[in-house]
Design a protein around this ligand. Structure first.
Ligand SMILES: [Cu+2]
Length: 99
């Protein structure tokens, strides 16, 4: 048992110390907030696709759900703001308001 424990520790320890800083960095840089935009001017599935594409092109944004009249996204507040997200939707030809 002591031999097994010692061998296991020696194998796992370098992996643990190497992985830990990486995971901490990831956690700090991938803070994610959620916002739902109210969008006017959307009328059909084409509009849904256009809004989805516009949001998907934004750095720091993960599209969660897009429907006629609204879009819910997760975003990294260190990278992008709700108003910038709304602006991207407006650039695509719709009127968006961030909640
Ligand atoms: Cu449409």
């Amino acid at each position: 048992m002591p031999l097994y424990t010692r061998a296991g520790y020696q194998i796992l320890s370098p992996l643990h110390t190497a992985a830990e800083p990486y995971l901490e960095t990831q956690a700090m840089s991938s803070t994610s907030n959620r916002t739902t935009l109210n969008i006017t001017g959307m009328t059909c599935g084409h509009c849904v696709m256009s809004v989805k594409r516009a949001l998907g092109e934004l750095e720091g944004v993960t599209v969660e759900q897009v429907a006629i009249g609204s879009a819910t996204v997760q975003y990294d507040p260190n990278v992008v703001s709700p108003s910038a997200i709304a602006e991207a939707v407006s650039d695509a030809g719709y009127t968006a308001t961030a909640n």
